[in-house]
Design a protein around this ligand. Sequence first.
Ligand code: NAD
Length: 266
Amino acid sequence: MKLGVVGCAGRMGRMLLAEIGATPGCAIGGGTEQPGHAAIGGDAGALAGLEAVGIAVGDDPRALFEACDGVIDFTAPAVTVAHAELAAGTGTAHVIGTTGLDAAQEAQLAESAKTAPILYAPNMSVGVALVARLTELAAASLGPEFDIEVLEMHHRHKVDAPSGTALALGKAAAAGRGIDLEANADRVRDGQTGPRGEGRIGFATLRGGEVIGEHTVIFAGAGERIEIAHKAGDRRLFASGAVRAALWLRGKPSGLYSIQDTLAAS
Ligand code: NAD
């Protein structure tokens, strides 16, 4: 499967190129960066520390979508939405790991997925997909007397908060409780907040150093506390999950898929 990487000089982008190069059945189909980026013109394989593949990093995503069987995208929300429109135009499989999309941008992805297979996962880890399932189960099993809090920590470079994974875990908890997350989330607390509202789902965000990604869902009751936690120890885990998702997406009909869909089939 010929796979391209948009944003290929980013932290995840380089790792994705390396993972594609190391995965049997996959080949690097090219990479793009934003216009003016220093990586443009350099060899896509060399950028990832591999042998040269004879394909220069470009700045034309349309050409990349046309040339590849699938494109992997860990960039930024507005850029990702524009890429999904290109996927819709070419029918190319599009694997999206970008986080921080708002509801309108997610609706645009769903629109593009009418004419292309698109997999959108704020976290590509199988472990996190399992934690989401366990969270939903725990929320469904424990009554509203258990307060739900989602705590996350990431490296200092992260630009969105709470993390896409924290929000996905909040959504899983809300689904377990049969409530809407948006209407019940406390995403930030500051100053005279008053006591905690029953049934609310709280978020707390930590940023610092080079922490790859840590999430804990806490169910705090009167005399006991349950914690479900996941710690990512190597960013490569997200890259291998994304390449596996791309292989899974190959030949699928148009539609918007999640990482949970790939688990159900395995
Ligand atoms: P990064 O800033 O290192 O990389 C983003 C890259 O995208 C940069 O190289 C940037 O130049 C490039 N870019 C921006 N605009 C572009 C354009 N128009 N065309 C082509 N390239 C463009 O960030 P990162 O740490 O690699 O993370 C990227 C995204 O992936 C973030 O949203 C992050 O939260 C998310 N992420 C998701 C997962 C997951 O499992 N789903 C894991 C890690 C990171």
